[in-house]
Design a protein around this ligand. Structure first.
Ligand code: G6P
Length: 614
């Protein structure tokens, strides 16, 4: 988490940095700060709260300078206060740093610095880092680059850092390990740095994704030099960005989350484009073609992910087992990485991550890789660390997702998993030609059915008005709809701060049923499928205890309508594809409830979109 931005060139740095920080605010919004060098003076402004609070705090002051750094924070060490906000300065005020990550051995370094007489203003690991760099610069009498290099050889942990020195306003020094950092290369030695490419795209399409332990020296006279922490020269590989500016703007919607919910017919279509060929009756996921044989012969697959991506993984489990008859385990990356799991060399691990930067997921795949497994990735952000660390994979092509609560990434992840399971099941012969063809046709119709489900918006808003003040909610589903129940509950708690739990409908009897009374809204996904009658029985059990039923049903349903307090009718769809439709009303329900409660939908408290700390 934390977003970092930096600029060096001929323009005013401040507006570029502020705009960049707004784009990166999804990464954390506990505090924000900037440091700019002008006329050999280093000025720092930082404030607890959001980028807007910082801008307000600075308003009225003219901030000039053509080199600067900025940071938006998700607090790890120390409270979200003004003092703990980045940038942090060396004690003599000469060097400023921004940092995304965690320095694990900061205490040991701090003790050493204390014995050398350093004093500290904040509780952060980052202040220790900048003081250490300055100490080395002074004691060894070396350049800023060399001081950073020496220090990075001593630290344990994760970092993406940018450092500036007021006595050398011609250089930015940047480095990364585990946390992401992108360099944007403009004309005439103009450079941009950011945690992802979104702050950069309006200035240049040429970017370099820094690799772990690389240090970039960005100099307004000498250009771009890339080294590693062992002081070896590195070759920067320039990538062209294909992202469009409109994709990261709200486009008339009140919130990014709503825009992203409404983008799903398109994002799911984009995800299938060039992969599902109805005319030929084929699926081809180019990214994994090399590993097709391995998948066909796989004795088991482990899916690892966090949050919403983990829920998509659960849907993947049902899909792979149903269609391709491969046993699947779905693992929370944070547990998997530390559990000493049994991994065989012929295992396939699929990592799912919207951002491609989640620290636990990244660590899980590194661990599985070290044990010889084949690692495939399903990521949304092109060029992200997980996408680069995996042996192969398929991008979801959902476009930038900015709302912290994930929506279109989920449906795109499920779409990729469906395509994978179908491709492998078909090649393996575990589904018949006719079933394969039928599913292709159904899959191709999914974007239109999502559009139809989105037409339920007004009805869902009305239901939201009724339940917005209820403090709890239970979400129930069975089979393919169980992960959807989990995802619905997660959406509600994330953005509206209402306590919500998702359960397999039948499990309700083993505990949650004790919570049911007339004040408990129970959202049941009761779409038509093999388990429909069973879910109807579960609804009756809730009704018998006076719970309020909000049921998601297949259009034309009469049985549940007779029992439920509210029914939301979604288009009919074959069982295996139902999560792609049934999740839509749940996304809308949580969105409207959160808006009605006055919550900050796009930036819910305490959360961040890209969790780069474990
Ligand atoms: C955070 C986000 C979630 C996301 C999860 C995993 O918690 O708020 O929306 O599902 O991280 O992120 P990833 O980028 O790996 O999918």
């Amino acid at each position: 988490m934390c977003g970092i931005v930096a600029y060096i060139g001929e323009r005013e740095a401040y507006p570029i940095i502020i705009k960049g920080l707004r784009r990166l605010e999804y990464r954390g919004y506990d505090s924000a700060g900037v440091a700019i060098i002008h006329d050999k003076e280093l000025v720092v402004y930082k404030k607890k709260g959001k980028v807007n609070d910082l801008v307000e705090f600075i308003s009225g002051t003219k901030v000039h300078g053509d080199i600067g750094i900025g940071h938006t924070r998700w607090a790890t060490h120390g409270l979200p206060t003004d003092v703990n906000a980045h940038p942090h300065l060396s004690e003599d005020g000469r060097i400023a740093i921004i940092h995304n990550g965690i320095i694990e051995n900061f205490n040991t370094i701090k003790e050493e610095l204390l014995t050398r007489g350093c004093t500290f203003k904040s509780e952060t690991d980052t202040e220790v880092l900048v003081q250490f760099i300055r100490e080395i610069q002074k004691s060894e009498n070396v350049s800023l680059f060399e001081a950073v290099r020496i220090v990075l050889n001593e630290v344990i942990g994760a970092y993406a850092i940018v450092v500036i020195d007021k006595d050398n306003p011609d250089q930015l020094i940047a480095a990364k390990k585990s946390s992401p950092l992108v360099v944007g290369i403009g004309e005439n030695n103009e450079f941009f740095l950011a945690s992802d490419a979104t702050p950069i795209i309006e200035y240049t399409q040429n970017v370099v994704y820094l690799e772990d332990e690389e240090i970039a020296i960005l100099d307004r006279h000498k250009g771009f030099k890339l080294k590693n922490i062992r002081n070896q020269d590195q070759n920067p590989i320039i990538h062209k960005l294909s992202m469009q500016l409109e994709a990261i703007e709200k486009g008339g919607y009140d919130h990014f989350m709503l825009k992203e919910i409404y983008e799903q017919p398109k994002s799911v279509r984009d995800c299938m484009r060039g992969r599902l060929n109805l005319k030929k009756g084929s699926i081809s996921l180019g990214g994994i073609s090399e590993y097709e044989k391995k998948l066909i012969n796989a004795k088991r697959i482990t899916i690892t992910a966090c949050g919403t991506s983990w829920h998509a993984g659960l849907v993947g489990e049902y899909l792979f087992e149903d269609i391709a008859r491969i046993p699947v385990e779905v693992e929370y990356a944070s547990e998997f990485r530390y559990r000493n799991p049994i991994i065989y060399e012929d295992d396939i691990v699929i990592a799912i991550s919207q951002s491609g930067e989640t620290a636990d997921t990244l660590a899980a795949i590194k661990m599985a890789k070290s044990k010889g497994a084949t690692i495939l990735g399903i990521c949304n952000v092109i060029g992200s660390t997980i996408a680069r660390e995996t042996d192969a994979g398929s991008y979801t092509h959902a476009g930038p997702e900015i709302g912290v609560a994930s929506t279109k990434a989920f449906t795109a992840q499920v779409t990729v998993l469906t395509l994978m399971a179908l491709q492998i099941g078909y090649k393996k012969g575990t589904i018949s030609q006719s079933e394969f063809n039928r599913l292709l046709v159904e899959l191709d119709q999914i974007p239109d059915k999502i559009s139809k489900a989105l037409e339920l918006n007004d009805q869902i808003k009305e239901i939201a008005t009724i339940y917005k003040d209820h403090p709890n909610a239970l979400y129930l589903g069975r089979g393919y709809e169980f992960p959807v129940a989990l995802e619905g509950a997660l959406k509600l708690k994330e953005i509206s701060y209402i306590h919500a739990e998702g359960y397999p409908a039948a499990e309700m009897k083993h505990g949650p049923i004790a919570l049911i009374d007339e004040a408990m809204p129970v959202i049941v996904i009761a779409s038509k499928g093999p388990l429909y009658e069973k879910v109807v029985s579960n609804i009756q059990e809730v009704k018998a205890r006076k719970g309020k039923i909000i049921a998601i049903v297949t259009e034309g349903d009469t049985q549940v309508r007779a029992m439920a307090d509210h029914v939301i009718e979604i288009p009919r769809v074959t069982e295996g594809l139902s999560p792609l439709i049934s999740v839509i009303p749940l996304q809308l329900l949580s969105y409207h409830i959160a808006v009605l409660r006055g919550c900050n939908v796009d930036q819910p408290r305490n959360l961040a979109k890209s969790v780069t700390v474990e």
